[in-house]
Design a protein around this ligand. Structure first.
Ligand SMILES: N[C@@H](CCC(=O)N[C@@H](CS)C(=O)NCC(=O)O)C(=O)O
Length: 218
């Protein structure tokens, strides 16, 4: 990981197989001018003194902006949508629809992501190896049920989370859908979520960033 100097442009810190994919996808899709810095989790770079000086949370994503850093995926997604209104990734002039989108992104962040973390980050909740193992027990069920809820509540009327309009929520949902196989959920058993994932994979920005995230760490 090489640290970006200066604060004159936007720099996204990302890691493969992480929620930072959502921010990366949205920034690429809107054509944002930004630098991208890969953080190597295998080397625990997110816990290095240099990284903790940037983000004391020790997590990705981090977006370095001219006014300071931003963390938390929903905040970054909304910031990018606001800076690039022409991309139409959020209903910026409709308070209710915007609140609906914020609710969706908050659900992914505070609930679905946390279900997944019980499989891969159990040590956050306990130092006891038996407890860490036990925390994995309901991951498959919880991830399945969350995506089944999303299908029923969001993917009934249109191909996208917000119906006919592509939004930040679609890139975020796509990101979490890439975790399902590892969490023991076959996405093909969730036909609307599967169709959504396949539709998102048609977008050039998704293809480019997914390919980048799949490259081995140097
Ligand atoms: N609520 C945060 C969660 C950030 C987060 O947990 N990121 C994970 C990757 S998905 C991470 O950096 N994990 C590193 C670690 O736990 O050491 C967000 O949505 O941005």
């Amino acid at each position: 990981m090489t640290y970006a100097g200066g604060m004159t442009s936007h720099t996204l810190y990302w890691s493969s197989n992480s929620c930072s994919l959502a921010s990366h996808l949205v920034m690429q899709h809107v054509g944002a001018d930004f630098n991208a810095v890969r953080v190597n989790f295998a080397k625990a770079e997110q816990r290095s003194p240099q990284y903790l000086a940037l983000n004391p949370k020790g997590r990705v994503p981090v977006l370095v902006t001219p006014r300071g850093i931003l963390t938390e995926t929903p905040a970054i997604l909304h910031y990018v949508a606001q800076l690039h209104p022409q991309a139409g990734l959020a209903p910026l002039d409709d308070p209710f629809a915007l609140a609906q989108l914020q609710a969706f992104n908050s659900y992914l962040c505070s609930t679905v992501h946390v279900h997944h973390a019980h499989r891969v980050r159990g040590e956050r909740w306990s130092d006891d190896p038996a407890v860490v193992e036990a925390l994995k027990i309901k991951v498959t069920q919880n991830m399945h049920d969350s995506f089944a809820y999303i299908e029923q509540a969001y993917l009934q009327t249109g191909p996208y989370v917000m119906g006919e309009a592509l939004s930040t929520g679609d890139f975020y949902l796509f990101t979490l859908s890439t975790w399902l196989a590892g969490d023991g959920v076959d996405i093909r058993t969730l036909p609307k979520a599967y169709a959504h994932q396949q539709r998102m994979l048609q977008l050039p920005a998704v293809q480019q960033v997914v390919a980048l995230h799949a490259t081995p760490v140097a």
